[in-house]
Unconditional design. Structure first.
Length: 321
């Protein structure tokens, strides 16, 4: 068995280096060979020092290629092509601002093989960034952690109920059986260049083509959330853009989406009124609900997300260029 361990990166040298260090420390599945395949989504290489340091730590083949066309789906397709060209049996993905736990890959491959999954996802645990946080940062992080923990519990329950095939799988912790990809030809939709959601579209296309979708509850990665994303403004915008994508990609009913948006606005107003009781956490929750409401409306009326537009790069990179 040959497993391609993949990631894309863009102007996050420190975080990418932390991810590489966690790859070096992780356990390898018995009887498997590994190849590391990375794509840098930029006009020139910026992480060659990190790659060379990683090569000195691991015995496996480590490959880095440039994808100069801007956009997350372009980078993901580059890594997919690298894995296919290497003749790999599986391709995994994590984000370049995450770190994997010691047993991550062992658990992920074991879960995929045990249930003959074609595309699998697994949990992401959000952890606090280094350094001091404001009260508002802490409130946003607490709400993000609450939602993440609830989602992970719900998905574990779906595995037990046998309904895991209904979920969508995201590349923040992801494993693809490449024999199935070769047969079905599913790729990341490059029309979603800046909107986000190309992994959702991949998951929907895989399900529509008959691929078996599943969840591996014990294959955990951790994400130290940067402080600049722990603001009410970013929290609102992220919820808005995710909701916009959900309406469009899942072809949600327009009338129902508008009604859901109105309900979220009512919820947000009640949370603001309850501020003396719920405090900053309640306001963070209200910002998220308001974002969902606006996203529902935007999706219904034809607006698209620009969450990963170059103008927003300061939120998704460590440094400007």
């Amino acid at each position: 068995m040959l497993i391609a361990v993949g990631a894309i990166t863009r102007r996050r040298p420190k975080m990418f280096g932390d991810l590489l260090d966690s790859f070096a420390r992780m356990r390898r599945p018995d009887g498997a060979r590994l190849i590391f395949v990375f794509a840098e989504n930029d006009t020139e290489f910026g992480v060659t020092d990190q790659i060379e340091a990683f090569r000195a730590q691991v015995p496996e083949d480590v490959r880095l290629e440039l994808e100069p066309r801007p956009g997350i789906p372009m980078g993901r397709n580059k890594v997919l092509d690298m894995a296919l060209e290497a003749g790999a049996d599986f391709l995994t993905f994590v984000d370049d601002d995450e770190v994997v736990t010691e047993d991550w890959l062992v658990e992920l491959i074991a879960g995929v093989e045990a249930r003959a999954l074609d595309l699998a996802g697994a949990p992401v645990q959000l952890i606090a960034p280094e350094g001091a946080m404001t009260g508002w940062n802490e409130a946003v992080l607490k709400h993000l952690q609450y939602r993440s923990d609830r989602r992970n519990r719900d998905r574990r329950r779906m595995v037990a109920d046998g309904t895991e095939g209904e979920m969508n799988i995201y590349t923040n912790n992801w494993c693809l059986r490449l024999a199935t990809q070769r047969r079905l030809g599913v790729r990341f939709d490059e029309a979603l260049q800046y909107t986000g959601g190309s992994d959702t579209r991949f998951s929907l296309d895989m399900k529509a083509a008959g691929g078996r979708i599943g969840w591996v509850p014990d294959a955990v990665v951790e994400e130290p959330t940067p402080q600049k994303r722990l603001t009410l403004t970013y929290h609102y915008k992220r919820a808005r853009d995710q909701a916009t994508n959900a309406v469009i990609l899942n072809r949600k009913d327009p009338v129902r989406s508008v009604l859901q948006g109105v309900m979220r606005i009512v919820d947000a107003i009640l949370l603001v009124i309850a501020f003396p009781v719920t405090g900053k956490y309640g306001i963070a929750k209200a910002a998220h609900k308001l974002g969902i409401a606006m996203g529902r409306f935007r999706g219904v009326f034809g607006a698209t997300s620009s969450h990963y537009d170059p103008d927003a790069s300061k939120f998704h990179t460590e440094k400007a260029k």
